[in-house]
Design a protein around this ligand. Sequence first.
Ligand SMILES: *[C@@H]1O[C@H](CO)[C@@H](O)[C@H](O)[C@H]1NC(C)=O
Ligand SMILES: *[C@@H]1O[C@H](CO)[C@@H](O)[C@H](O)[C@H]1NC(C)=O
Length: 414
Amino acid sequence: MLLLGLLPLMLLRGCGCQAADVPEDVTAEFSVRLYHQLQITGGEENIIFSPLSVALALGMVELGARGSSLEEIRQALGYSHFREDEEFSLLSNLTQALSTDEEQYVVRLANSLFLQRGVHFNEDFLQLMKKYFKAELETVDFSESAAVAERINSWVLNHTESKIQNLVSADDFSSSTMIMLVNAVYFRGSWKNQFRPENTRTFSFTKDDGSEVQTLMMYQQGDFYYGEFSDGTTEAGGAYQVLEMVYEGEDMSMMIVLPRQEVPLATLEPIIKAQLLEEWANNVKRQKVEVYLPRFKVEQKIDLRETLQQLGIKNIFTKDADLSAMTAEVTDGQDLFIGKAVQKAYLEVTEEGAEGAAGSGMIALTRTLVLYPQVMADHPFFFVIRNRKTGSILFMGRVMNPEVIEPFDNNFDM
Ligand SMILES: *[C@@H]1O[C@H](CO)[C@@H](O)[C@H](O)[C@H]1NC(C)=O
Ligand SMILES: *[C@@H]1O[C@H](CO)[C@@H](O)[C@H](O)[C@H]1NC(C)=O
């Protein structure tokens, strides 16, 4: 049951690509801390966010920050050991390595800074924004809050294939807002091993509180990366399963971390660490696995302002912020600070990415012989969608409440 450490040299990134050219993300630690923060405030809800996008947005702010505004960001993201400005080059390289727009899978990262009209921004700063972040810069008048909200929302809509709507509202702005940063993340991928829609069935999902709901469960038996782990104590409820399912193209994968049936996810969550993500990825082993996974759709809007402050990034949100590298002149009473930082992420996991019709019913569970490990995600699980080459975490989250369907409903949603 304990595979950890037995296969440390499993070649997972062996795609023939030159590892030397592949930038390596360093923000896993930050990502996990962010997750834990959301978990603390998240009750029994689903979680979905994009650590990568938060890192990119903060990178843009960092470019204009000085003093403790700068130091807090470097510290929180794990750039302290970098040479000055090295992180910008890395973020730029990562964006380039990750972005794809192919038929099989799409990763889109869009960043934008909305700047108050009339404030003079530093030309160097604007140039570097474009150089490193391909950022779209736009000047607006925040005192016209309804118009600004509409403008920002349409920008977001435009960068997420219309999946994310109404990110902000007019009340989010006041005449003292000087800058708003927005990031949009969009990912669509097809499984390398797709689920057959006709194998999807109504199935019972047991939530952490013990209650049961009916959801649509996908099923397949196929070759996946799989491992059973244990932290060596009973803290996480003993052994748990990790399943890595790759997307077409094999650069991206989703890792699903599932506690034992009777163990709440809340028991497992505290042990999740950046280093552990790496260990899972390096130690899962390709083998035949039986997979039961709910079809799910998760969406969440996060106020990063609150969350980032908990992680030590405080200064940029206050009147003491030093964003002096952004402005060409110092104007009394017009000190810049970050007014709002929000993120809305959306993820839909289906059999193949396309919708398919299927019958409803129950999966027959009678088995006489168990040939392969079985991953039965009929209770809450944690997931990570990452790039297997750079280690970048595009999404991280958990499913506590799958989409509930009515019993005997013959129609799949949509
Ligand atoms: C980013 O890529 C360029 C070009 O390949 C390289 O010279 C530079 O060292 C990379 N930066 C980092 C921080 O890896
Ligand atoms: C939407 O995106 C396209 C392509 O990125 C761009 O040409 C267009 O100007 C955008 N529209 C808005 C409203 O941002």
